[in-house]
Design a protein around this ligand. Structure first.
Ligand code: AMP
Length: 225
């Protein structure tokens, strides 16, 4: 199996886990496109709520700005509502569950809908590599395209695609990355153990380029069929 752009409709129900900087959102977008899945990123949904200044956004912002997890009760509600809208379509959850109580809540929601999770995919990455990748990340404030500084002209402040202003995400500063990584590791360990016990955990290395990691995910996923 290769990483070409063919769409092969398969109603997988997946979660994709990985520390900050593991590239999970890019990988999630590609996997979702390949299998025709709905891509649900809790981080993205929360950032949109923050940008719109909704009550959920105002509450979430207090935690997100310094790398803390948003309370599970709030995130579970967002995911529950999104899953209901999908009905029986396949999905890929990106960045959720991030803590054991969220994994348990997800199971409950799926059981109630008589659905099963196919796999929990996990992208492994060291903190040193995460710091290097995230410190160099730039986001277009208009079209939301994400770049590595090395892909842009030196000192570029505008998006090559749409001309929007480029910025660093406020939670991509080194001390916040460190905090996010620590929080992630502490909270994700029981989640990984939970999925491992249920024989649903599929781990792949996150080092190397985006295509290498995508290939590892595809190989691991397809070998489970
Ligand atoms: P991400 O884009 O996945 O790195 O998420 C950015 C931020 O959103 C995180 O640092 C958390 O503050 C918050 N967030 C995203 N997903 C979750 C989740 N499942 N549980 C709690 N907080 C989350």
């Amino acid at each position: 199996m290769n990483t070409s752009n063919t769409t092969e409709i398969h109603p997988y129900r997946l979660v994709l886990l990985g520390p900050p900087g593991s590239g999970k959102s890019s990988q999630a977008a590609q996997l979702a496109a390949r299998f025709g899945l709905a891509h649900l990123s809790t981080g993205q949904i929360l950032r949109e709520e923050v940008a719109r200044g909704t009550p959920v956004g105002l509450e979430a912002q207090r935690y997100m700005a310094d790398g803390q997890l948003v309370p599970s009760e709030l995130v579970n509600r967002i995911v529950g509502e999104a899953l209901q809208r999908l009905e029986r379509r396949g999905f890929l959850l990106d960045g959720y569950p991030r803590a054991l109580d969220q994994a348990e809540a997800l199971d409950k929601m799926l059981t109630e809908a008589a659905l099963m999770l196919d796999a929990a995919l996990y992208i492994e990455l060291s903190e040193a590599m995460a710091q290097a990748r995230l410190g160099a990340r730039r986001v277009c404030l208009s079209c939301k395209t994400v770049y590595q500084a090395s892909d842009l002209a030196a000192g570029a402040i505008r998006c090559p695609k749409c001309g929007g202003m480029l910025a660093q995400r406020s939670d991509d500063r080194p001390e916040v990355i460190h905090k996010r990584f620590e929080v992630y590791r502490e909270r994700i360990t029981p989640v990984l153990n939970y999925y491992r016990r249920r024989n649903q955990l599929v781990s792949v290395g996150g080092e190397g380029g985006i295509y290498a990691v995508q290939q590892r995910l595809l190989d691991a996923l397809l070998s489970r069929r």
